[in-house]
Design a protein around this ligand. Structure first.
Ligand code: HXC
Length: 314
């Protein structure tokens, strides 16, 4: 089935061949947010390699993404655990062998569940740290040689400040979150991990900026119809929680895809070491994990029920 363009990217904003002959490598690429990011890039001309732990899910997502543009080359590599550097190195090398290079990287694999510190085992904390922090580091390490190659080919001229005629390249986006900005209940493991991911991105921007690499964070807020939201707050959605968001709605995966396209395009050339929060100001109001402070008692009750049932229902 062909996906209508308006579902995954803002129409009439981006040029259709913006990323022609560019290659994106994405971890967590079968997930709702990352597959939407890749879908938009592929629609705009890129080829893609997505990797994930689940073989069937990853291959299915790659097939789906490839339908978005005729002639698109999209590889799905399953059985890749981002906690293994060797797994990622093999996948990145295969991507380059089959697609010719890596211009853009999206480090999107993440682990997430609600748990109070009381119930969280040391191993559960470590699992999320390993998936998010070590996984992001492994993704960077495995793709860095290729990102540097691409950056060298696509540099903005430092004298004239004109973009390279070959377009853009050498860019990485880490997908983070907003839940560590203020402190939240039941998300300590994820918050600590995301703070680490943010720090990684900032350091990459400084260390490899001189070679033309840009590194940024996209921090999504509550995004509708994603597995993460479904699993974390499906009970909340039933009581129309989106109405109490600052913009009166949740975000869509298209909102995240548009931000991704911006950061990888010419328009994002001088943006590095930044966090682009795409959350409709949600975190400023206090978000889903801050249940004790949530203004709506019904919401608090449903979230508490969800959290208390979480460990048993795993
Ligand atoms: C408490 C849990 C648990 C849960 C797992 N564990 N689920 N503890 N509550 N719901 C514990 C296990 O008991 C175990 O500890 C340890 O975690 C490791 O679990 P494993 O089953 O061995 O799985 P593992 O392969 O290590 O992966 C762990 C995982 C991961 C983190 C649960 O599979 C996962 O998160 N998958 C979901 C991926 C996902 O949805 N990603 C999108 C994230 S969205 P013990 O002590 O028993 O050995 C996102 C957005 C954030 O990140 C912002 C949201 C607002």
């Amino acid at each position: 089935m062909v996906v209508p363009k308006s579902e995954f990217i803002s129409t009439n904003v981006w040029r259709d061949d913006l990323f022609k002959s560019k290659v994106v490598f994405c971890t967590g690429g079968a997930g709702s947010i990352c597959s939407a990011q890749v879908l938009a890039l592929v629609y705009l001309g890129a080829d893609a390699c997505i990797v994930g732990r689940n073989v069937e899910k990853t291959e299915k997502a790659a097939k789906h993404i490839s339908t978005v543009r005729s002639g698109a080359r999209v590889i799905g590599i399953g059985a890749i655990d981002v906690r293994s550097f060797d797994n990622l190195k093999n996948a990145a090398d295969r991507c380059v062998r089959e697609l010719g290079g890596i211009d853009f990287v999206i480090a999107g694999a993440a682990g997430n569940f609600l748990s109070s510190i009381n119930q969280l085992s040391v191993n559960a904390f470590k699992s999320v740290m390993d998936i998010d922090v070590l996984g992001s580091y492994n993704t960077l390490k495995a793709t860095l040689p290729y990102l540097l190659e691409s950056a060298a080919k696509h540099r903005v001229d430092p004298e004239t400040l004109t973009p390279a005629p070959t377009g853009t390249g050498g860019r990485i986006i880490f997908v983070s979150a907003t839940l560590h900005y203020a402190g939240q209940a039941f998300q300590t493991h994820v918050a600590v991990a995301k703070a680490g991911v943010d720090s990684l991105s900032n350091n990459v921007a400084i260390e490899f900026g001189p070679q033309g690499v840009t590194s940024n964070i996209i921090a999504p807020g509550p995004i509708a119809n994603t597995e993460g939201m479904e699993r974390l707050v499906s009970s909340v959605r039933r009581v129309d929680a989106f109405k109490s968001e600052p913009l009166g709605r949740y975000g869509s995966v298209r909102d995240i895809a548009d931000a991704t396209v911006y950061l990888f395009s010419d328009a994002g050339s001088y943006v590095s070491g930044q966090t682009l929060v795409v959350d409709g100001a949600s975190w400023r109001l206090g978000s889903i994990g801050r249940v004790q402070n949530y203004p709506d008692p019904l919401l608090s009750a449903t979230i508490f029920t969800k959290v208390k049932g979480m460990k048993q229902s795993k």
